[in-house]
Design a protein around this ligand. Structure first.
Ligand SMILES: NC(=O)c1ccc[n+]([C@@H]2O[C@H](COP(=O)([O-])OP(=O)(O)OC[C@H]3O[C@@H](n4cnc5c(N)ncnc54)[C@H](OP(=O)(O)O)[C@@H]3O)[C@@H](O)[C@H]2O)c1
Length: 344
C-alpha cells in the first residue's frame, strides 16, 4: 500500500471547499501503474466541477484533475513499456489532484526529455482537446482559416500551435492587451481583443473570403451565433465549452446562469443542410472508452513534440497546497497558457 495526499472537492462551492487529505493507494492491477506526481495541469472544467456545474463529474466529494506528469513509482505485472523512475505524462478522468496516481498504462506516455514536469502536466488533456476538435472533428486542411477563441489560454495556445503545423490562417480572440501581445509573439497576425472590438466584424473585414473555415469555440452564447454566421460554406464550428457560463464571483448567479443556458443557440437540421455548415461538439470526459481515438491522437501529438512543433505554454505555477489560489487565478481570466500545480 502507498499513501497519497489528495485534494478533493469536499462539497460544491467556493475555492475553500478544496481540502487536502490522505488516501491509501492499493498496488496496481496488471495493466496499471502508479505515478509519483510532480506536476498537475489545471483545467477550466475543474472550476465548473467545484461549483457543481459539470454534468460529467461525480457527486462531491471527489478528486478533480485531468492531467499530470511525474515519475513511475510502480508498474503492474503486464506493463512492459514503462519502468520505475521513468518520467511520464498522463491524461486522467478526474483524480489528477493527487501526489500518487494509479492509472492504466494506455493513458500514459513518456515525457519528452526536454519537457519539464510542468510542461508535461499541461500537455495531455489540453492538446488532446485541441487535436480532437481541429483534426478528428474539423479535419483541418493545410492553409485553411481557423478562428480560435480564448486563444491565449491552455487549450487556445495548444490549438494555435496545432493550426500552425498546418500553416493555417489563424484568427485569435482574447480579452486583454497582454494576451494580444502574447499571441502576436506566437506569430499570429490576426489577433482580436473582443473587449475592444466585435470579432465578427473584424474577421469579416480581414479574411479573404469574408468568413472562416473552422472555429474552435469554448465560450458559448453569442459567440456560437456569431461564429455560425461567420462560417464559410463547408465550414465547421466546433463547440467544446461554455466559458460564458462561468460565474465571475465565488458562487453561481442561478437566474443569470439559467437565462444564459436557456438562450443558447439551437442549430436546426434544415438550416444546416441549406447552409452547408457543420456544427460538432464533444467532451473528452465522455470519451475515455474510445481508446484508439485517444491513443492515435496522442501518438500524433507526441510525434509533433519530437519534431519541435508543439510545446506547452506554462503561464504560472502554484504549489500543490495552493490549489484554491490557482483555481481562483484561472477563473480570473488573466491567465496565459497553462496554470500548473507543483508537488515537491
Ligand atoms: N470539451 C472538452 O473536452 C474540453 C476539454 C478541455 C477544455 N475545454 C473547455 O475549453 C475552454 C478552455 O479551457 P482551459 O482549461 O484551456 O482554460 P483557459 O482557456 O486557460 O482559461 C479560460 C479562458 O476562457 C476565457 N473566458 C471566456 N469567457 C469567460 C468567462 N465568462 N469567465 C472566465 N473566462 C472566460 C478567458 O480568456 P479570454 O478572456 O482571453 O477569452 C479565460 O482566460 C473552457 O471553456 C473549457 O471548459 C473543453
Amino acid at each position: 500500500m502507498h499513501e497519497a495526499a489528495v485534494i478533493e472537492i469536499s462539497k460544491f462551492g467556493p475555492p475553500e471547499v478544496l481540502k487536502i487529505r490522505k488516501q491509501s493507494i492499493a498496488p496496481p492491477a496488471p495493466d496499471e501503474m502508479i505515478i509519483r506526481v510532480r506536476a498537475i495541469g489545471l483545467n477550466f472544467a475543474d472550476i465548473f466541477e467545484r461549483l457543481g456545474l459539470y454534468a460529467a463529474a461525480p457527486k462531491a466529494p471527489f478528486v478533480p484533475g485531468f492531467e499530470v506528469a511525474g515519475t513511475v513509482e510502480e508498474v503492474g505485472s503486464s506493463v512492459e513499456q514503462f519502468e520505475r523512475g521513468q518520467r511520464v505524462l498522463a491524461v486522467t478522468r478526474f483524480g489528477g489532484y493527487q501526489t500518487l496516481l494509479k492509472t492504466q498504462q494506455s493513458l500514459v506516455r513518456a515525457l519528452p526529455d526536454d519537457f519539464t514536469f510542468e510542461e508535461g502536466a499541461g500537455f495531455a488533456t489540453t492538446y488532446l482537446t485541441a487535436y480532437h476538435g481541429l483534426l478528428n472533428l474539423a479535419h483541418l486542411q493545410h492553409q485553411e482559416s481557423v478562428l480560435i477563441h480564448a486563444a491565449a489560454g491552455g487549450v487556445g495556445t495548444a490549438a494555435v500551435q496545432i493550426a500552425q503545423v498546418f500553416d493555417a490562417e489563424i484568427f485569435a480572440t482574447c480579452g486583454s492587451q497582454e494576451k494580444t501581445n502574447f499571441l502576436k509573439e506566437m506569430g499570429i497576425e490576426h489577433t482580436i481583443d473582443y473587449r475592444k472590438t466585435d470579432f465578427e466584424k473584424e474577421v469579416r473585414s480581414r479574411s479573404d473570403t469574408g468568413g472562416i473555415d473552422i472555429i474552435m469555440d469554448s465560450v458559448g452564447g453569442e459567440t456560437f451565433r456569431k461564429g455560425y454566421r461567420l462560417l464559410n460554406p463547408m465550414g465547421r464550428l466546433i463547440v467544446f465549452g461554455l466559458g460564458d457560463l462561468m460565474p465571475s464571483g465565488r458562487k453561481p448567479n442561478w437566474p443569470k446562469l439559467a437565462y444564459k443556458y436557456l438562450t443558447l443557440p439551437r442549430f436546426g437540421p434544415a438550416k444546416l443542410i441549406g447552409d452547408n455548415k457543420t456544427v460538432a461538439g464533444f467532451n473528452l470526459a465522455y470519451m475515455f472508452k474510445f481508446k484508439s481515438t485517444f491513443s492515435d491522437s496522442m501518438d500524433q501529438l507526441m510525434a509533433w513534440v519530437r519534431d519541435g512543433r508543439l510545446r506547452t505554454v506554462v503561464g504560472r505555477t502554484f504549489p500543490f497546497e495552493q490549489a484554491a489560489q490557482a483555481q481562483t487565478y484561472l477563473q480570473s481570466r488573466q491567465s496565459i497558457g497553462k496554470v500548473v500545480l507543483t508537488v515537491d
